[in-house]
Design a protein around this ligand. Structure first.
Ligand SMILES: NC(=O)c1ccc[n+]([C@@H]2O[C@H](COP(=O)([O-])OP(=O)(O)OC[C@H]3O[C@@H](n4cnc5c(N)ncnc54)[C@H](OP(=O)(O)O)[C@@H]3O)[C@@H](O)[C@H]2O)c1
Length: 312
């Protein structure tokens, strides 16, 4: 499988990864099964996925621990671990913290939970209000020099914050919200990243299932399902997305796949995206995700999807 490089670092990975907020992320999702989480990560690595996207806040360390259990059974160099920190609970309540000392301690603690010697990509998960961005990134540069991390990432940083963070040219990758229906970063951030040689990894690529094609215009969500209160899954916005997804269906039929694979193939073909990290709830969803690597969209198909979702 062909690989991509993360920014200016030496980290290379298959561009299709796995988001793991449903692996041990009990504080984010209800009714998660840890054995499902373990099996999901195992199935992903067995299927050729390398990049595992985790964070301290996914289960306050539990996602990292479960991933540590699974990767112990694989050659370490076969796995690319992307981890994140910024959520600090030491005062009793959650505050965002980018203090150099906090970031260094977070990496040391994460290494223990992952039971490994290095983290391939380490992201500052969210910017805080106090720490100068270049100081926070400077701490990650020291961690890189110490061999504890291999690439430097930032996440949920605005265009202006990204420029500030990359003052010394240390940033390799940014992970922000981006999907076919959420294209805000295209205007200002992407041109900057291209010039600066910084990779971009979008989160929520499947819009929490909305872009898999498994819903139709009559779908409703139970009141207990958080999607019932999410504007994207209701009213006009939902109907518009469902209509746009109908444009993808003939393309999927032509390639003998489902909408999900075409959507992932569109991200994989997008020159502004380096890797894509769909989340999965169980191991049964992994083959559907991995199958996206077999879909090669023609330029006409790529452009049609692009135009449809931007209303161009
Ligand atoms: N940096 C950040 O601040 C940040 C924020 C959010 C997320 N993330 C990362 O981004 C990753 C992706 O986000 P996400 O997982 O929340 O959302 P997502 O990738 O947009 O959607 C994942 C959902 O898609 C559905 N799905 C996946 N494979 C499927 C298949 N084969 N068939 C049918 N449905 C399928 C599942 O929905 P069902 O649940 O309906 O089965 C799954 O839960 C996260 O895991 C996390 O690593 C990062």
């Amino acid at each position: 499988m062909s690989k991509v490089k993360i920014g200016k670092s030496q980290v290379e990975t298959v561009p299709l990864g796995l988001g793991t907020n449903k692996v041990g992320g009990h504080n984010l999702f209800s009714n998660l099964s840890e054995s499902d989480g373990l099996e999901t990560v195992h199935a992903a690595l067995k299927s050729g996925i390398q990049l595992l996207d985790t964070a301290f806040i996914y289960g306050k360390g539990r996602s990292e621990e479960l991933i540590g259990e699974v990767i112990a059974n694989f050659p370490r160099e076969q796995v690319i671990i992307a981890d994140k920190a910024a959520h600090d609970f030491s005062s009793g309540e959650m505050v965002l913290n980018n203090n150099p000392q906090f970031l260094k301690q977070s990496v040391d603690d994460a290494l223990k939970r992952l039971k490994t010697d290095y983290i391939d990509i380490f992201y500052i998960h969210f910017p805080d209000k106090e720490t100068p961005k270049s100081e926070a990134v400077g701490a990650l540069q020291e961690l890189r020099e110490a061999g504890k991390i291999r690439a430097i990432g930032i996440s949920n940083f605005s265009f202006e914050q990204t420029q500030e963070a990359n003052q010394d040219g240390y940033v390799d990758v940014i992970e922000n919200y981006y999907s076919l229906i959420h294209r805000d970063e295209e205007e200002k951030l992407f041109p900057y990243l291209r010039d600066a040689g910084i990779s971009f990894v979008p989160y929520f690529p499947l819009e929490s299932g909305l872009l898999t094609g498994k819903f139709n215009k009559d779908t409703t969500f139970a009141e207990s399902d958080p999607r019932s209160k999410d504007a994207k899954f209701n009213g006009e916005a939902f109907q518009k997305t469902i209509k746009n997804i109908d444009t993808i269906r003939p393309i999927a039929q032509k390639h003998h796949v489902d909408v999900l694979q075409v959507v992932l193939a569109w991200y994989l073909a997008n020159p502004d995206l380096t890797a894509v990290i769909p989340g999965a709830r169980n191991a049964g969803q992994i083959p559907g995700i991995v199958h996206a690597l077999d879909v090669k969209l023609s330029k006409e198909e790529y452009d049609l999807i692009d135009r449809t979702f931007t209303n161009r």
